[in-house]
Write a protein that binds this ligand. Structure first.
Ligand code: ZN
Length: 413
């Protein structure tokens, strides 16, 4: 660093001279980056002593091929590293112990840079990630495709290598669980070439006292696989049905099937705002605005106060009075909707126990966790591609991002 500065022969600043601080900062940072890169190169090469190795595949002794140079990409810029390369004459396997120890993969990116790439790509589209990385690092570390590849690789590792997944440190709390689905654009249909929307399923565990931070589980998959994912995550959190006070959802049957299967006995509650929407739609269909609103408010009051017998009596009478209306929001459908959920209407009980009656937590989660990154114009997601980014985003939002990179280093990938 000192030598590099001496070579620059910078004149000292005069007492009243204008200072282009931005340019000076950039200059000094680049010097520091280059100097640090050189230090890393020397340090890592010095750690690469000769070794007698066996082939990992066939146990044959490996033949040393000498040192080979590989251009790494690091947070300090390009880093030409000479590493000892070994070859198996039996099966053709090549081994580079230093690469393995450093966690360097085929593309030659260091874990420090992979971490930055993933951190950026979980927030921004790949092209923007690449541009932001280039602007902030002061050099172009990789292409946008490489950003996509690296983020996809680590998102997949999270999926496939349980030993890399951080074990979360959840404190003692009794959580509420809100579950919902939200749509993202999938790959176009191969035959019809039409845009297809796919559902991402999302669960948010939150502490109603707001002492503990919420946690998220997201899956681009069917209900059965999502149930397994959720269950595995809860197990790794040390949570079972005893850890939950309440499960909130809209009327979607898969949510309740999943709750019955994995969290039996936990009270279930139909999201109050979905219930209110259904009631309002029917009222609007039957009466002028003012009358509809009065009817609607009386029904909401009945629900909130736990007057369920009266509530159902009114709905039954209404369905009998309008048997001909078979619209989505007709009285008969409304009655069926509430009957299907009649054990999930305990709003008075929930309020008494200071529990939420709406699944706002999961709806805001759907917005900031899923849609903000995956539902931008022009995006088309394959299922594995979407899942990889969802994995990185939930990892980060669950506060486990740094732990993952420690696990990655320890696992020696
Ligand atoms: Zn071999």
């Amino acid at each position: 660093m000192k030598e590099a500065l001496a070579e620059l022969e910078l004149a000292p600043l005069l007492p009243h001279e204008a200072i282009d601080a931005g340019a000076e900062e950039e200059l000094f940072r680049r010097l520091a980056q280059a100097a640090a890169g050189e230090q890393l190169r020397q340090r890592w090469e010095a750690a690469d002593g000769p070794a007698i190795l066996q082939c990992a595949r066939c146990q044959e002794s490996l033949k040393p091929l000498g040192r080979r140079r590989k251009q790494l990409q690091s947070v300090c810029g390009p880093l030409p590293l000479e590493r000892r390369v070994y070859y198996c004459q039996q099966c053709g396997e090549i081994q580079v112990p230093l690469d393995q120890r450093l966690g360097i993969e085929q593309g030659g990116m260091t874990p420090g840079l992979m971490r930055l790439v993933c951190r950026t790509a979980l927030e921004l589209p790949f092209q923007q990630s690449q541009q932001l990385l280039s602007d902030t690092l002061g050099f172009t570390p990789c292409s946008a495709r490489e950003v996509e590849r690296v983020a996809g690789r680590h998102g997949q590792l999270l999926e496939q290598s349980p030993q890399l997944s951080p074990v979360p440190q959840l404190g003692k709390a009794r959580y509420c669980l809100a579950i919902d689905g939200t749509m993202i654009p999938g790959l176009p249909d191969a035959v019809e070439h039409r845009l297809r929307w796919h559902e991402v399923k999302l669960a948010v565990g939150f502490d109603p006292r707001k002492v503990r931070a919420p946690f998220y589980v997201a899956g681009r998959e069917d209900a059965e696989h999502f149930g397994q994912r959720l269950w595995q995550q809860l197990q790794s959190h040390g949570l079972d049905h005893n850890g939950f006070q309440l499960i909130l959802g809209d009327g979607a049957p898969w949510i309740w099937n999943l709750a019955d299967l994995h969290l039996p006995g936990v009270p279930q509650l139909l999201d109050f705002y979905h219930a209110a929407e259904h009631l309002f739609a029917t009222a609007e269909l039957l009466w002028p605005a003012a009358q509809a609103k009065r009817w609607w408010q009386r029904r909401l009051a009945q629900l909130q106060q736990g007057e369920l017998t009266n509530f159902f009596t009114v709905l039954q009478r209404l369905a009998r009075a309008h048997p001909a209306i078979d619209a989505d929001s007709g009285p008969a459908r409304l009655l069926r909707y509430f009957r299907d959920n009649q054990d999930r209407l305990r709003y008075a009980w929930a309020s008494k126990h200071h529990l939420p009656i709406g699944s706002g937590a999961v709806e805001s989660g759907a917005g900031h966790l899923v849609q903000q990154r995956l539902k931008q114009s022009g995006m088309r997601w394959s299922d594995p591609g979407a899942q990889a980014i969802l994995n990185l985003r939930t990892l980060h939002r669950n506060g486990e991002f740094e732990q993952y990179w420690e696990n990655f280093a320890a696992a020696g990938f």
